[in-house]
Design a protein around this ligand. Structure first.
Ligand code: SAH
Length: 396
């Protein structure tokens, strides 16, 4: 093989690639994927300066700590479990995946193999018959705790005790097992009701030296190894001092703000999802962090109220969803005049749009670092440091 093609072609390419479609870059070696992502950020954020070198993984395989498998049958009646083919509701049978945690994959395959012996029927989305819909596994990479969630169409589980003891015997690493009931005709995986079959109903994991409790429903970063590097870069960019006032906007379960709390005076988090806010508050308590508080609000409304009340902050972390931030958020931020803004984004296109608004409002882009959060996929994450340069405020 020539050197050039060797660089392009991944000898370990996934056999399911053409059916699954989840790993758009899986035909490239990892160094090549990083080059591809670096070039993409350089193009999309070119007007703001040259990005630093992308932070990649030392070992990019099996990085996902959360694996979700849909269960179904082939036309011939064979039970299958895995991912939906990109853009369809057809299940691609997966035994192992190069992005997924290997323990999780083994548990899912063993559950699939156990079903006939326990006369468990898999759910049929069209006929709305059968029982088992999905299996979700979350593993704490640093704690080793493992949660398995069986998502079923009803709470009736005839051979429950036997099933639970057989599964635990095969996988003693499972620390909690949950039955989640989802009787609805919906694309959402999890239903509202759950029954804890074994263990405490959640796992605890350590991230950035802090403990986080993760339940079936709570949001948790799926690549903890890269997440720690991303947050470390964000905290470095914020240049905090013991009396800094810091806003963590779009804070989720509070991970960035809590990681920054020990370097700052006060941390104020804002997040729309009430469950995530509850998790943020209890995560602060769990880690005995007393200088962080969290509000359930639209980040734009929250910033507007802060600005109207004459409040200010030294640094603002913002980590909005793919659609980017809102005009209201950005114009209130400009009014509040924080010295440093650290903008984390999973979509450089909306980030570029928002950065243009901040620049008009008196800010300049200082540093850009891409981080590879999702190897083998075409997703890119960037962390950008923006600092205030002048007093003139123009928000249009
Ligand atoms: N900073 C967190 C979460 C980032 S994901 C972390 O690193 O884990 C983006 C978050 O923005 C999600 O938790 C989502 O619920 C929240 N969100 C979406 N729209 C929002 C809005 N308008 N106001 C506040 N939060 C919002």
């Amino acid at each position: 093989m020539s050197q050039k093609s060797n660089l392009k072609t991944n000898p370990d390419a996934c056999p399911l690639a053409s059916k699954c479609g989840g790993c758009q870059l899986q035909n490239m070696t990892y160094p090549r994927q990083l080059k591809w992502k670096q070039a993409r950020v350089e193009i999309l954020l070119r007007e703001f300066g040259r990005p630093g070198r992308i932070i990649g993984m030392d070992n990019p395989l099996h990085y996902r700590n959360k694996v979700q498998a849909a269960f179904g049958r082939t036309r011939a009646g064979k039970i299958i479990s895995g991912v939906y083919q990109s853009g369809t509701h057809r299940i691609v049978n997966v035994d192992s995946c190069m992005t997924e945690d290997e323990t999780a994959d083994r548990i899912i395959v063993d559950i699939r193999n156990m079903l006939p012996g326990f006369r468990i029927w898999v759910y049929d989305e069209d006929k709305r018959t059968g029982w088992l819909r999905h299996v979700l596994v979350k593993r704490g990479f640093s704690s080793g705790e493992v949660m398995v969630v069986l998502v079923a169409a009803s709470g009736r589980f005839p051979m429950k005790k036997k099933f639970v003891s057989k599964l635990l015997e095969m996988h003693p690493e499972i620390t909690t097992l949950i039955l989640n009931i989802n009787a609805k005709d919906t694309n959402l995986v999890l239903g509202d009701r759950e029954e804890v079959l074994y263990g405490k109903g959640y796992i605890v994991d350590t991230l950035c030296g802090l403990e986080f409790a993760v339940s079936a429903k709570s949001f948790y970063q799926i690549n903890p190894v890269q997440c720690e590097k991303l947050y470390a870069k964000a905290v470095e960019y914020a240049s905090l001092t013991p009396d800094s006032v810091v806003i963590d906007a779009y804070c989720g379960i509070g991970t960035i703000g809590l990681a920054a709390a020990k370097y700052a005076g006060t941390v104020i988090g804002a997040e729309l999802n009430p469950d995530a806010v509850k998790d943020a508050v209890s995560n602060a308590k769990r880690n005995n962090i007393k200088n962080a508080r969290f509000y359930c609000a639209d980040a734009g409304d929250f910033m507007e109220q802060m600005a109207a009340a004459g409040e200010t902050a030294d640094a603002v972390f913002m980590d909005p969803p793919r659609s980017g931030s809102s005009r209201k958020f950005l114009s209130s931020l400009i009014k509040m005049k924080p010295g440093r803004v650290v903008y984390i984004s999973c979509n450089p296109e909306t980030q570029a749009r928002d950065l243009r608004i901040l620049i008009k409002g008196g800010y300049k882009v200082e540093k850009i670092t891409p981080v590879d959060m999702f190897p083998f996929t075409n997703h890119v994450e960037t962390v950008v440091l923006i600092t205030r340069v002048r007093a003139i405020i123009r928000t249009n």
